[in-house]
Design a protein around this ligand. Structure first.
Ligand code: GLP
Length: 259
């Protein structure tokens, strides 16, 4: 894992956005794995700014979102379909036909999950998967105890995750209990991954993900086995890392060719 501790959140988002746009620049039909949640908002704003001010086109980019709530229609304001539309899809020039989000209204959920996996494969796999981090180290909606080899499937949310996501619903009772999420194994298949985590509320999950043992109780820790993962942090989210000084130095001393 490459641990990148930026001076503040804003610098972290700019760094992440640069990585995404560099990929799209090099490969206009790149396949991006997209994330939702509060962490995603400033990243998408920065991508929109780059699209607007630098004219980078996303017209050939293909996208796959990590997850969606079961039982919410796409126009429900708490759904990830609505989130993506408002935060990114209606702002940059992505083609709707190139964007994919699991269908939480599918009658046959198992079939929908298998179909989602098939579509990812058909696109040639994900080039860059963008990830946030849940308070207990979940990625997508892979809650603690998720199999580290899991594929896209239905999951039951923990009460903690329902509480953490209640802001998008108004009240806790309205937060769905079930979701469709890419599995940890699906995420591990991406050619590269980028975890974004900012603020002290993420510090414990970051430390467990990066320096803890690999365990299904911290699903993001599986990424220790992935050959190309960047973990983009600010000083608060990096606060509980034991090797913080080393990560800072390693990043600072990177030879030019590696930057
Ligand atoms: C949800 C999403 C995750 C996201 C997490 C963190 O659980 N399914 O993909 O990483 O929220 O959200 P936030 O960025 O709001 O802290």
């Amino acid at each position: 894992m490459e641990i990148i501790i930026q001076p503040d959140e804003r610098a972290g988002y700019q760094f992440a956005a640069k990585k995404v746009t560099a990929l799209v620049h090099d490969r206009p039909d790149a396949v991006l794995g997209l994330v939702t949640g509060r962490t995603a908002v400033p990243l998408y704003k920065e991508l929109a700014r780059i699209r607007r001010e630098e004219g980078l086109s996303f017209a050939s980019v293909r996208t796959f979102n990590l997850d969606e709530y079961v039982g919410l229609p796409p126009d429900h304001p708490g759904s990830y379909h609505a989130f993506m539309k408002a935060q990114l899809f209606e702002i940059i020039d992505l083609k709707p036909a190139n964007t994919h989000i699991p269908n939480g209204m599918a009658k046959d959920i198992a079939r929908e999950c298998g179909e989602y996996e098939r579509q990812i494969r058909e696109c040639g796999g994900i080039d860059l998967q963008i990830l946030g981090l849940g308070a207990e180290g979940h990625i997508g909606f892979n809650e603690p105890s998720s199999s580290l080899g899991s594929r896209t499937r239905i999951k039951t949310l923990t009460e903690g995750t329902r509480r953490d996501n209640a802001h998008a619903f108004g009240k806790l009772e309205d937060v769905p209990r079930h979701v469709i999420t890419m599995g940890v194994g699906t995420i591990m298949d991406a050619r590269s991954c980028m975890i974004l985590a900012f603020g002290e509320a993420k510090a414990s999950a970051v430390a467990k993900t990066v320096e803890g043992p690999v365990t299904a109780m911290v699903p993001a820790s599986a990424l220790q086995f992935h050959p190309d993962v960047k973990v983009i942090l600010d000083p608060s989210s990096a606060a509980q890392l034991g090797r913080k000084e080393y990560y800072l130095k390693a990043f600072e001393d990177k030879p030019d060719w590696q930057k």
